[in-house]
Write a protein that binds this ligand. Structure first.
Ligand SMILES: [Zn+2]
Ligand SMILES: [Zn+2]
Length: 357
């Protein structure tokens, strides 16, 4: 039983944290990324350890994961299952390698599995056409589109880790307990950062009896010091006007109502008082929406809006790839303002501009 798990914390290396009650965190590095690391969590179950996320697909990350498990007296071959919060490569990157080494199952929400399957089978040219079409429609200048077109024409097509991401074996069903021997881990669907993001609520009482309801593995949904990227869901085959920011805000409220005693996020560090952090993030997005609504006193394309939004540095200094992410974020905010009836597209504009209502 988990409660009887041996206490090994006296010998743990610095990248491993014992959270008590058969839960550990391993800091798995993300190469060349300001986030630094993914916190991979290990959950002891009656049938062997289960991982929540696995980390970036890179030899150094793999070695850190293996060494971290080793410090807990575990081999990768012992891993019984892998639960993935969302499909991003810093969370799902090593899942395939873990499955190969252990025979573990991999579980993911169906909406993110769909993204994995689509990305694996996508002809790279389709992606380039989709991206340049999307950016042109958002009002990107020719100078920004030219490199994309040139790359496609030269056959320099992308090689992203997502192209060989592992296809999950199991589906995580929202609201259901995962079938883990001796543990109560419930899936909470929290779309927004990705369409199939889930948080996982460990409903057992907090091992140090902190006030609140159990512990929450929050993935990228709820982080102590940063707010996750919310862009439009990228689906070349869908015409549907999804509202990821609306989804995200709803998902935040859902998590706040759970009142977990402690949050174990996938980046940064564990923290308490989830409802306060939720309120902070809701207020941040409300301020941002209002700020954008004010900018829309003059009609703007999503690109022009992104240029005027506040980022962590001036627009001129934002690198190429990050500008694409910034525009996607501007589009998600515009979509929300339109859904709220606070903005509308200007009829006949091409590329389409938006104005405040
Ligand atoms: Zn992510
Ligand atoms: Zn992440």
């Amino acid at each position: 039983m988990p409660q009887d798990a041996p206490q090994l914390d006296q010998d743990l290396p610095p990248q491993v944290t014992d959270h008590g009650g058969g839960v550990w965190g391993i800091k798995v590095p993300i190469p060349d990324n300001p986030l630094g690391h993914t916190l991979v969590h290990v959950l002891d179950t009656g049938r062997g350890p289960v991982l929540v996320d696995t980390g970036w697909d890179d030899p150094a990350s793999w070695n850190t994961l293996v060494a971290g498990l080793g410090a807990l007296g575990l081999a990768v071959a012992d891993v019984h299952g892998v639960v993935i919060t969302h499909h991003h490569p810093d969370h799902h990157g090593l899942s395939g390698q873990v499955r190969e080494a252990s025979g573990a199952w991999i579980a993911m929400h169906a909406a993110d599995t769909e993204v994995v399957v689509r990305t694996r089978s996508a002809e790279p040219g389709v992606w380039f056409d989709y991206m340049s079409g999307k950016l042109a429609a958002a009002g990107a200048p020719e100078a920004h589109l030219a490199p994309l077109r040139a790359a496609r024409a030269n056959g320099r097509l992308r090689t992203l880790p997502g192209l060989r991401a592992a296809v999950p074996d199991r589906e995580i069903l929202p609201g259901e307990l995962l079938p883990l021997a001796g543990r109560r881990l419930r899936a909470i669907w929290t779309p927004g950062h990705t369409p199939g993001h889930v948080c996982l609520h460990l409903e057992e009482e907090h091992p140090a009896h902190l006030p609140g309801h159990g512990r929450l593995f929050s993935g990228d949904h709820l982080l102590p010091g940063i707010s996750p990227h919310i862009g439009l869901y990228e689906d070349p085959s869908s015409e549907q006007a999804t509202d990821p920011l609306g989804d995200y805000l709803d998902s935040l409220e859902r998590i706040g109502r759970l009142e977990p005693a402690e949050v174990l996020p996938a980046h940064q560090h564990a923290f308490t008082d989830a409802p306060a952090r939720v309120r902070e993030l809701l207020a941040h997005h409300e301020d941002r929406l209002t700020g954008l609504w004010e900018l829309l006193a003059e009609p703007l394309t999503p690109w022009a809006l992104a240029e005027r939004m506040e980022w962590n540095r001036p627009w001129e200094q934002i690198p190429y790839g990050s500008r694409n992410i910034a525009v996607s974020e501007a589009e998600a905010h515009l979509r929300r303002l339109v859904k709220q009836g606070r903005a509308e597209s200007v009829p006949g504009s091409d590329p389409v501009t938006y104005r405040a209502v």
